[in-house]
Design a binder for this molecule. Structure first.
Ligand SMILES: Cc1cc2nc3c(=O)[nH]c(=O)nc-3n(C[C@H](O)[C@H](O)[C@H](O)COP(=O)(O)OP(=O)(O)OC[C@H]3O[C@@H](n4cnc5c(N)ncnc54)[C@H](O)[C@@H]3O)c2cc1C
Length: 527
């Protein structure tokens, strides 16, 4: 039990105008009554009698009073954080969420998501068939090439079976799979309205349950003593505010938005990377935890990276800048040379390698070239393709050497063997005698107008993270479990994803470990 907790039942603790919700499973024995106040979204509740240390705007017009010691402090504002916060609150804990972003941008990379991958034994209203634990495990093993903690991964997969009903119980709605190139209708559940709608549902539930949320609240330091969390420091401009809690759940994402950190591994090339998600995932919390002796997991050079429209903004371009038309044309670098087999395998198995492939090209730029026959066969980018009536004209518009591009296209066209084009299977349309080959879906590029999309590496998220066990409890570098620190989501994804990616697994990792972390943190605070 926390030092100053009074053990008041929920109703009593909330008597001062607090928020009660029928969905709250257990009354909180940990809610405290005292002189300080929390004002949230026009509501007020009394708890906490610690010395006043500061207040933070809640984003709803109210103030979160930080004078009280919370049971569970959740750092982050995406799926993992909200699952942890809801789970902890439903277990009876007082919970504070600190989100670095302003309210409008709350929710990190989760805002951009569309679906999550969970094991299930039979078809549902929105899923076309069963996806067994064993099949999920086989997929994970294949995409990671064995770079995963099997025990933890199998545990996560087993737990994922409970996630669809659990997430739905938090107000999230699902819809049948969207069409397109990734063919996920059986394995992945799509959020009705996308990631942002999913997040809004989680925030609404959390707020109704009485979770406190402070926005513009970046955690810049942690006080940790021998693996035990004591307090966090929040930066507000010049102001630094100390927040105390009995337990910590770290759910602050990876470090993909920190270009300087990426440069340590990628050099100057990182200046040409586009970050598909939030600019707030700068890895500050991750670094602080590692500096305080938390065990590290994952290869710092590993990340999920896809080819995205080079005209996308530096941050937060999201899903609408991804380009899925590689298989329909050829891809050349700034010297107008092809560099990889565009038809090596079906797109769901290959889309996540193209970010790295482009990163390895000069100036980290490439161009997908296709013709009028292929336009309309794929989901376009937000930006229109660059169009010209000849290959030479297209080269000029792209700033490429016309002769070189004409020669590359001529050589490609000459190598294409006749076949029956079918972009839904590994068809027999291939090149012969060309290096690199195009193994499937090879058709001559000869029907004007001709099109191009410029592409750059789009970094989705990084894999370097904190080591955890099945309780989502942080493990210190010496292998000992932390007494009161937990982690969920991208910040610990490297435990399961050492390499590669299976679409929808980012949200599985966040939901499964977030729910566990919240429950364990609440139980920890009680002891
Ligand atoms: C364009 C795009 C599409 C994607 N689509 C999918 C998909 O369909 N399915 C899927 O499974 N995965 C998808 N992903 C990956 C997915 O977004 C992540 O795996 C998942 O959202 C991670 O959740 P999280 O809560 O760990 O991190 P995030 O959702 O990124 O949240 C991290 C939070 O931490 C906050 N934060 C960071 N530092 C601090 C700090 N120091 N103090 C306080 N707060 C801090 C951030 O503001 C943010 O709110 C996609 C990613 C992108 C970029």
């Amino acid at each position: 039990m926390i030092g100053k907790a009074t053990g008041l039942p929920l109703e009593a603790a909330l008597a001062n105008g607090g928020v009660a919700h029928p969905a709250l499973e257990k009354p909180s024995p940990l809610l405290q009554r005292g002189s300080a106040h929390v004002e949230m979204h026009g509501q007020r509740k009394g708890w906490g009698n610690a010395p006043r240390r500061g207040r933070l705007g809640s984003g709803g017009g109210g103030l979160v009073d930080l004078t009280c010691k919370f049971d569970v402090l959740v750092v982050g504002g995406g799926n993992a954080a909200l699952c942890a916060a809801i789970s902890a609150r439903r277990s009876g804990a007082s919970v504070l969420v600190l989100e670095a972003a302003p309210r409008f941008y709350r929710g990190g990379n989760t805002r951009h998501t569309r679906n999550m991958r969970c094991a299930h034994d039979s078809a549902t209203e929105t899923l076309t068939g069963p996806y067994t634990e064993e099949e999920f495990w086989d997929d994970l093993l294949r995409v990671t090439g064995g770079h995963t903690d099997e025990d933890l991964a199998r545990f996560m997969i087993r737990q994922s079976k409970e996630m669809l009903p659990w997430i739905a119980a938090q107000g999230v709605r699902f819809q049948p799979s969207l069409g397109g190139t990734l063919s996920l209708g059986r394995t992945n559940s799509f959020f009705l309205g996308g990631g942002r709608a999913m997040l809004n549902a989680l925030y609404l539930t959390a707020e109704r349950l009485g979770v406190e949320v402070a926005y513009d609240a970046e955690v810049v330091a942690l006080e940790i003593d021998a693996g035990m969390f004591l307090s966090a420091t929040v930066a507000r401009g010049e102001e630094h505010i100390v927040v105390r809690a009995a337990t910590l759940v770290a759910a602050a994402g990876g470090f993909e938005a920190n270009i300087e950190w990426l440069k340590i591994y990628w050099g100057e090339a990182a200046d040409n990377f586009l970050i598909r998600g939030t600019p707030y995932n700068r890895g500050g919390l991750l670094k602080t935890l590692l500096d305080h002796g938390v065990g590290q997991v994952g290869d710092p050079t590993q990340c999920h990276a896809v080819a995205i429209d080079a005209r996308a903004p530096r941050f937060d371009g999201g899903i609408i800048t991804r380009l899925d038309c590689v298989v329909f044309g050829i891809v050349v670098n700034k010297h107008a040379q092809r560099f990889y087999d565009e038809g090596e395998d079906v797109w769901p198995k290959r889309y996540a390698i193209w970010g790295r492939l482009v990163a390895a090209q000069p100036d980290q730029i490439a161009y997908i070239i296709f013709d009028a026959i292929s336009l309309g066969l794929f989901m376009p980018s937000l930006y229109p393709p660059i169009e010209a009536s000849s290959i030479g004209g297209l080269a000029q518009k792209l700033g490429l050497d016309s002769d070189a591009l004409e020669q590359t296209v001529r050589a490609f066209n000459a190598a294409v063997r006749p076949g029956t084009f079918d972009h839904t299977t590994l068809d027999d349309c291939r090149t012969e005698g060309l290096r690199p080959p195009k193994s499937h879906w090879a058709r001559p590029i000869q029907t004007a107008p001709f099109y191009a999309y410029p592409v750059r590496p789009g970094i989705t998220f990084t894999y370097l993270g904190t080591r955890v066990n099945k309780q989502a409890r942080l493990l210190m570098a010496d292998g000992k479990p932390s007494s009161n620190m937990f982690a969920a989501g991208e910040i610990m994804a490297g435990n399961v994803l050492g390499r590669g990616y299976a679409a929808g697994i980012g949200m599985t990792i966040g939901s499964v470990f977030g729910r566990i972390a919240g429950g364990e943190a609440a139980a920890n605070a009680r002891n």
